[in-house]
Design a binder for this molecule. Structure first.
Ligand code: GTP
Ligand code: MG
Length: 196
């Protein structure tokens, strides 16, 4: 699939104020700093579309970007950001979980996982919650440029083993490096497949 246009539409913390759910959308979530916003920029080939930062907790809202005037990419805040207060975390959790559970036009939630790490408890709990809530999801292993081929293969194989302890089947697994610009075609083909 070719991306001809990608534009920022709206940023907010209220699901009711998101664009009306008439176009399909694909959202990116994962731990703070995993590379969600960077991946949106890499996929759309615009380095300033989504705001990125080396400090975790940059994205704080639900951000809609319209692609080819046909579908949305959605950048979400990260979870597991310890510097936020408990009340800020609870507020975050409520609008994000409301978005995930109620957004009827959400075609797939991409859960981003840092390819360098073994399965983290917070990711495991999040994946379980999403799966049990019957939300269509796929996993994207990010920052693959930080590992060599062998290390990446070992980590992915361990991750699959962990997933298979809970699930009968593996979800769709994708791999990306925003730095090395890898994974774009596979992610876009997967989106294209769902759109068709
Ligand atoms: P929050 O909005 O805070 O939840 O973070 P995020 O998941 O949107 O992460 P963001 O895209 O802001 O990137 C966090 C940091 O990781 C930045 O310093 C990026 O430059 C870096 N980063 C993101 N993707 C990659 C990647 O593929 N490779 C490398 N080496 N660094 C990356
Ligand atoms: Mg972000």
């Amino acid at each position: 699939m070719k991306i001809k246009t990608a534009r920022f539409v709206i940023s907010n913390t209220e699901v009711d104020k998101c664009p009306s759910p008439v176009l399909p959308e694909f959202a990116f979530i994962g731990r703070s700093n995993v590379g969600k916003s960077s991946l949106i920029n890499m996929i759309t080939d615009q380095n300033k579309l989504a705001k990125i930062s080396a400090r975790p907790g940059k994205t704080q809202c639900i951000n809609h970007f319209i692609i080819n005037d046909e579908w949305y990419l959605v950048d979400l805040p990260g979870y597991g950001f310890a510097r936020n207060s408990k009340s800020a975390r609870e507020k975050f959790e409520s609008f994000i979980s409301e978005y995930i559970l109620k957004r009827e036009s959400l075609n797939c939630l991409f859960i981003l996982i840092d390819s360098r790490l073994k399965m983290q408890k917070i990711d495991e709990e999040f994946i379980t919650w999403v799966g049990n809530s019957q939300i269509p999801f796929a996993l994207i292993f990010t920052k693959t440029d930080k590992l060599n081929k062998k290390q990446l293969a070992v980590n992915i194989s361990l991750y699959k083993k962990e997933l298979l302890k809970t699930w009968d089947e593996l979800p769709k697994l994708l791999y990306s490096s925003s730095l090395a610009k890898l994974g774009r075609e596979d992610i876009l083909s997967y989106i294209d497949c769902i759109l068709k």
